[in-house]
Design a protein around this ligand. Structure first.
Ligand SMILES: Cc1ncc(COP(=O)(O)O)c(C=O)c1O
Length: 452
């Protein structure tokens, strides 16, 4: 028997009591329940239409309910919904592997699939570790990782270990492995006098100092390139990741580039690696990989790494790691459709005009008496809110300015994820110019409401 459709009240009650939400203080949670979506718009059960100002957390690319995405998933639904990756394969997942090799930076030749970004990073961390034990000249002392301040690579324990956001992971410290950490390459952290051209070198010098002391025991460096999202949209100077690639090679340390958030057009090029013109030893992807439709993540690596995992069954060289839904065909079909749409809709070609328009609207907000550090990297914009712009005095946490800003935006039909003391947006790449105006109007109104 079909269960009866629950009422709005039932849904809200069950949402508060049974559905334990991610990164949410459930005591304060106010249900916001989406029942359908179209393009950049989310529709909730109260009939409100809300612009998806965070692309459903960096995921949505071509818009919700896109007919091409739907059709591809439906087609696959009638073929096969799941085939294991353990010693078996599936045509659409094979095609996706080849397609990913074609669109990602040269030198990456092999794809390991998982279901979420954290797992994709776990795979890279473990494979890097194992590489040093079984490469031609083994260096088993290389067991540590160099990670950045305020980094976020996910919430599983390995990913959390390389993460650097105390609020999320400090309580789990006894469970995490030790990591060598260097400060975030956040342009807001530059000392006075270090500007423009010198910024990348300033941060690279910091990294090199750490490498000089620790390279012998470092398996890999792990970085979110160009933008550290969870850090509060901390942006890096162009050229930093490129220099980091050179340092990693020079000091014989592997480079893991986590593009779970930045991948698939978010920063203006297909991958942040493209604008930095680098190829990492490991590239991790997630979120936008399926256009925001189905869970899937991937860890890509080079021949140099992959061949050290080859040998007969007795060699013990296989990567003993896997996830039940690794390479799921429905997700693979969604990912293929997402890549098709990049071509058919010329998604990347449309971006410069949208990025410019977002930038124009941001520069107006930058003039606001309570806004500092207005910043943009491609289709990500962010700004910080202060009580006093001259002295830089912060708002007290009790003023909850970020939350009040998001509440006002919601009243105006825009969903922005609330953050203390800041505002950001990263809309689906498919957003139109008019929709960018609606989005930025709501952000402006939110800033006024929260700071007056
Ligand atoms: C840069 C980065 N890496 C990894 C992750 C973790 O991905 P997931 O939430 O799919 O495990 C995230 C999620 O926000 C992320 O932003």
């Amino acid at each position: 028997m079909m269960s009866p459709t629950p009422s709005q009240d039932q849904l809200e009650t069950w949402d508060r009591t049974h559905y334990w939400h991610a990164f949410t203080q459930m005591e304060e949670y106010e249900p916001l329940i989406i029942e359908r979506a179209e393009g950049v718009w989310l529709y909730d059960i109260k009939g409100r239409r809300l612009l998806d100002g965070a692309s459903s957390m960096w995921c949505n690319v071509h818009g919700h309910n896109h007919p091409v995405m739907n059709k591809a998933i439906e087609k696959q639904l009638h073929r096969v919904c799941h085939a294991t990756s353990l010693g078996m394969s599936c045509d659409v997942t094979i095609e996706l592997s080849k397609r990913l090799i074609d669109v990602t930076p040269g030198g990456l030749e092999h794809v390991f699939f998982s279901s979420d970004g954290s797992s994709a990073n776990e795979v890279a961390l473990k494979a890097a570790f194992q590489y040093w034990r079984q490469c031609d000249t083994p260096q088993p002392q290389k067991t540590k990782y160099l990670a950045f301040g305020q980094a976020y690579h996910g919430d599983t324990l390995g990913a959390a270990s390389v993460g650097g956001i105390g609020k999320f992971h400090d309580i789990f410290q006894p469970l995490l492995f030790e990591v060598i950490r260097t400060a975030s390459p956040d342009v807001r952290r530059l000392p006075p006098g270090v500007t423009g051209e010198a910024a990348a070198q300033y941060f690279l010098d910091e990294v090199e100092t750490v490498l000089q002391a620790n390279a012998d025991e470092l398996a890999a460096i792990v970085i979110e390139p160009l933008v550290q999202g969870a850090a509060g949209m901390a942006m890096q100077p162009l050229g930093f990741v490129r220099g980091l690639r050179q340092l990693a090679t020079q000091y014989n340390v592997l480079l893991i580039v986590d593009e779970v958030a930045t991948g698939f057009g978010r920063t203006g090029s297909m991958f942040a690696c493209d604008s930095e013109q680098i190829s990492p030893d490991f590239l991790t992807l997630g979120k936008g990989l399926t256009g925001g439709y189905l869970p899937m993540a991937a860890t890509l690596t080079s021949n140099k790494i992959w061949r050290t995992f080859l040998g007969d069954a007795a060699s013990g060289r296989a990567l003993y790691h896997g996830h039940t839904y690794s390479g799921n065909p429905l997700s693979a079909a969604a990912a293929m459709a997402c890549l098709d749409l990049f071509e058919a809709e010329q998604t990347l070609e449309q971006l410069p005009a949208k990025i410019e328009h977002l930038g124009d609207r941001l520069s107006t907000l930058a003039e606001h008496p309570h806004v500092i550090n207005a910043r943009q990297r491609g289709m990500v914009v962010a700004l910080d809110l202060v009580a006093d712009k001259q002295t830089g005095q912060a708002f007290g946490p009790e003023q909850r300015v970020g939350q009040r800003l998001a509440a006002e935006a919601l009243n105006r039909g825009v969903w922005l994820r609330a953050r203390p003391d800041m505002a950001y947006t990263l809309p689906p790449l498919a957003i139109s110019h008019d929709e960018i105006d609606l989005l930025m109007d709501a952000m402006a109104a939110g800033i006024d409401a929260a700071t007056s």
